[in-house]
Design a protein around this ligand. Structure first.
Ligand code: PAF
Length: 294
């Protein structure tokens, strides 16, 4: 696997169908599944590692974001990537960006309400990655269900040729959705965090056994999460998978997303619902590589 810092260098090494896996690094098994999905479907897989300052509202969150490019290089290579593009902030934004990308409506609810400007930062960097690498396929996790809707919308609105592919969430053994931020949870907070996936799995069970009363599903989940000491719930919402518009009926092609803060760590999680069947993601059978294992 080759490691490069700029789009120009990356483009010299692309051939055939190109798969893009955008990440902010500190890779975990969720990222590795995206890389493997790309390796299966593309001739050249490009993994990007870039902690994008434009999408962080809180400078402390940006400075505390875990980083280890050497570790990422080894993991991406072992997963079969062909190219790792790890630009510096100056490579990516040589001057203050005067052109930014706003995806209206899709970005307005849920994360849009709690993290103003976040999706402008995501949409701007993803647009640059799509323009710079020009991939045929781009792989994103379904944990960030609203982000997936934002990216799919911008790719279509801006006429990128790319096929945006959503991949299943990977969960730790106790159900917690994998996130690079999990390494910042102390043991007590780690235990509290499992309430998020437990609540979503409870909703999944009720939906699959035929419950369709969305207001009561959402209010029960809200109540359960409000009851967890030390967990500050931002929202539990049912939304359309493409438009991310909040919904009050189960009609398929939807997700239920949760966002909550535990200490200074903000976590999000989701389940996807299609024709009464819930995609809950997949669980690891051993501790994640996030904690230093093999
Ligand atoms: O999901 C992420 O890790 C980031 O939001 C992304 C898509 C790599 C853009 O910085």
């Amino acid at each position: 696997m080759r490691v490069v810092g700029t789009f120009g260098e990356a483009r010299r090494h692309l051939s055939g169908r190109v798969g893009l896996v955008p990440t902010m690094g500190f890779l975990h098994e969720g990222h590795l599944r995206l890389i493997e999905a790309s390796v299966d479907r593309a001739d050249t897989t490009v993994v990007t590692v870039f902690v994008n300052p434009l999408q962080f509202g809180d400078p402390d969150d940006l400075s505390r974001y875990p980083r280890d490019v050497e570790r990422d290089t080894d993991l991406a290579a072992a997963a079969g990537a062909d190219l790792l593009l790890a630009p510096t902030v100056a490579d990516m934004y040589p001057s203050h960006p005067r052109t930014t990308v706003t995806v209206s409506e899709v970005a307005d609810e849920m994360e849009g309400r709690y993290r103003p400007g976040h999706f402008d930062g995501v949409a701007t960097v993803v647009t640059k990655l799509l323009a710079g690498v020009d991939p045929d396929l781009a792989f994103f996790g379904r944990k960030d269900a609203q982000q997936l809707a934002v990216v799919t919308t911008l790719a279509s609105d801006l006429s990128f040729k790319v096929d945006v592919v959503g991949c299943p969430i990977v969960r730790e053994q106790d159900g917690l959705a994998l996130s690079s931020r999990n390494v910042r949870l102390g043991s007590e907070d780690r235990r509290r965090a499992t309430a998020i996936s437990r609540t979503l799995m409870g909703l999944a069970d009720r939906i699959e056994s035929g419950t369709s009363d969305v207001p009561s599903l959402l209010s029960d989940a809200t109540e359960a999460l409000h009851a967890v000491a030390g967990l500050e719930l931002d929202y539990v919402e049912l939304a359309d998978a493409r438009s991310a518009a909040p919904m009050r009926e189960l009609v398929g092609g939807q997700f239920i997303a949760v966002a909550a803060r535990i200490g200074d760590v903000r976590l999000i999680d989701a389940i996807t619902i299609e024709n009464g069947v819930v995609d809950r993601g997949v669980r690891l059978s051993r501790p994640s590589i996030l904690y230093g294992g093999p």
